[in-house]
Design a protein around this ligand. Sequence first.
Ligand SMILES: NC(=O)c1ccc[n+]([C@@H]2O[C@H](COP(=O)([O-])OP(=O)(O)OC[C@H]3O[C@@H](n4cnc5c(N)ncnc54)[C@H](O)[C@@H]3O)[C@@H](O)[C@H]2O)c1
Ligand SMILES: [Fe+2]
Length: 420
Amino acid sequence: MNQENWSGITEAEVEQIVRRVLAAQGYAAARPEKPAGHRISAVKTSFFGQGSVKMLGPEIRKLGIRRALIVTDSFLAGNGAADRVRAVLEESGAACALFDRVQPNPTVQVVNECIARAKETGAELLAAVGGGSAIDTAKAASIVLKNGGRVEDYEGVNKSREPGIPIVVVNTTAGTGSECTTFYIVTDPSRGTKMAMIDPNCMVAIAVNDIDFMLSMPPKLTASTGLDALTHAIEAACATGANPYTDHDAYWAITAVTEYLPRAVRNGKDPEAREMMAYAENIAGMAFSNAGLGMVHAMAHALGGHSNLPHGVCNAVLLPYVLRYNSRDPEIRRRLERVAEAMHLPERTPEAVIRKTHQMAVELGIPPTLREAAAGKVTPEAFGTLADLALRDSCMATNLITPTRGEVIQTYENAWNGNL
Ligand SMILES: NC(=O)c1ccc[n+]([C@@H]2O[C@H](COP(=O)([O-])OP(=O)(O)OC[C@H]3O[C@@H](n4cnc5c(N)ncnc54)[C@H](O)[C@@H]3O)[C@@H](O)[C@H]2O)c1
Ligand SMILES: [Fe+2]
């Protein structure tokens, strides 16, 4: 509740003025607005477990879908994954067409091609088979198919009028959590960045996390997507929208990823490790979808849009350096002590979390510095532009403190030089 102080202006107004003055002077550490309350959105139906793709059949029949479009990439169209989903859909009465032109970090153009294919085939349902890229392509297409306009019109928060056409997902990475989130991410090459759309209208109808579709992930992909999930959970724990519901998910996912990701990377056929990662990435998705993300994702979106580096690699490289920056804030330090506890670290301090996230990424094969990760794709001259884009990214709004442009540039430089 706003309280009036002696000068007749409210506390909230004072905070606004202070924030504006600090920003104008180039100082940081302004605290974004606290949300008025917490909305919790969840997918209506999710299936987990090996072989659970079959559970999709009766649901498709119930929905009475006659024509579906499978949204995937050429690799998953060729390795049998898309065919297995097609078989389930066709047995349930839905004739399937194929769109297999999804690319990692999908662009506006990929989404437009998917929309055209959906219109041409009269699709009543989009069936995404893949990781975040296929799922986000389907989400973006579904919103535009129902609401009209251009993909770019939906950048930001809650921009569409009504839910998109129905989507079912068979997730193949662990992962982005996109199968259960209110987010979708589309690259805009004209601005060299990724647009973050946050909108409950994009949520999928049915999500399948069946490890039969994840066992084929090579170690590098397992590592980068698993570290994306860890970043989701840590950022959710530290975000402005964190609440008891999302904390429960975030800290559980942090524990699970810390324990099971190294096992899944060492042996991709370890069913228990794959199964636990399938739950962990989904639960981390629920945490961030309802609490928000933060500065790691804001900086990773700018970096990924500019360089086309895998999203998980961008996060894994930036995470410890952003935690170092964020740990100047007492509230974030308090939350990172809980993160240390969830990771079962002997020392319950933010510094221990910073060291652990760096060490874990390096042990799982992620380059230790941005200089090595982005060799030939980015140079430090781009950091000013990347900082401008990161500061405008929707994910920055839910970081507990707001950095200045100079501090974002410094954080990219620290990651570049390995200055932890
Ligand atoms: N919507 C969200 O909530 C959200 C959250 C985080 C990230 N994202 C976005 O998701 C995208 C990244 O998704 P991703 O990390 O899941 O990777 P991806 O979907 O881009 O896939 C990466 C590569 O892995 C291959 N692949 C996928 N599954 C495989 C399997 N089982 N076996 C072998 N190869 C496989 C794909 O063919 C592709 O070449 C980025 O665009 C990112 O910004 C979205
Ligand atoms: Fe992510």
